[in-house]
Ligand binder design. Sequence first.
Ligand SMILES: Nc1ncnc2c1ncn2[C@@H]1O[C@H](COP(=O)(O)OP(=O)(O)OP(=O)(O)O)[C@@H](O)[C@H]1O
Ligand SMILES: [Mg+2]
Length: 287
Amino acid sequence: MEEFIVAERLTKKYGNINAVDGLDLVVYSGEIFGFLGPNGAGKTTTIRMMTTLTKPTDGRVHINGFDVVHDACKVREVIGVVQQHISLDRDLTVRENMEYHARLRRLKPAERKKRISELLDYVGLSEYADRMVDALSGGMKKRAAIVCSLIHNPKVLFLDEPTVGLDAQGRRRLWDLVRRLNSDGTTIFLTTHYIEEAEALCRRVGIMHRGRLIALDTPLALRRKLGLIAVETIVGNRETHYQFFADRAEANRYVQSLPPDVGTVIIRESNLEDVFVVQTGEKVGGG
Ligand SMILES: Nc1ncnc2c1ncn2[C@@H]1O[C@H](COP(=O)(O)OP(=O)(O)OP(=O)(O)O)[C@@H](O)[C@H]1O
Ligand SMILES: [Mg+2]
């Protein structure tokens, strides 16, 4: 697999806050890579540096072989970005927003028209093309923002928290779109603080905590290192206690050995939340 995004000791400081602190990371061409972490972990700051929106304080990033600081124009040719907060013009229709992006990307008029109609069809927005953005549902707005960022056919698409605020159906529809884009050849770099989103979509995930990458692997490999089966026990009103085991047989042996005063026992599959909690002592969702 070809190395597509390469970050080396990537660092961003805001005053004395290390928003991103010496990040080393490789994302391969063709993968769906997920950046997981709680609020303030440094996910958006990383995307902003990778997409030439802010300069690193230290370290560097190459995308498709080009340095994001010294070859920003070359980098912008191959990237598409959907920012955390929707950046569409709400007083324009979907098509007008797409036209605007197509002009920015200098598509010729004939090409513009064709590309816009193909993309509208691709994301199922053809019949909403002439509606004002403000009149669309949250899921449609997100899809509209995605098509604007795809106008120049980028090799990699950055999606910062793509499903925040969407209902279950909207979220699943967006996951399907991300998968389809990826199988049609687009590398995807997304951030999320939803564990199930990272598990459902991403080939590999990096877990960020206070600007640092604390874990990096496939979801299954990360869970396997911890133990695929989790046992939660509660004694009286005290805190829940977690233990992890390689398989159910081991977990069952442990449960049978528990003293009788253990009130509640839950046996379940482990997840990326467990990986995060064990590594940091905190929860991804805060608390
Ligand atoms: N422009 C800025 N000026 C000062 N501090 C900033 C700026 N942008 C981010 N930060 C700080 O950098 C840290 C990382 O923020 P960042 O937005 O990258 O986190 P995040 O992982 O994207 O969080 P969220 O899940 O809330 O979007 C935070 O402490 C944040 O307050
Ligand atoms: Mg963010």
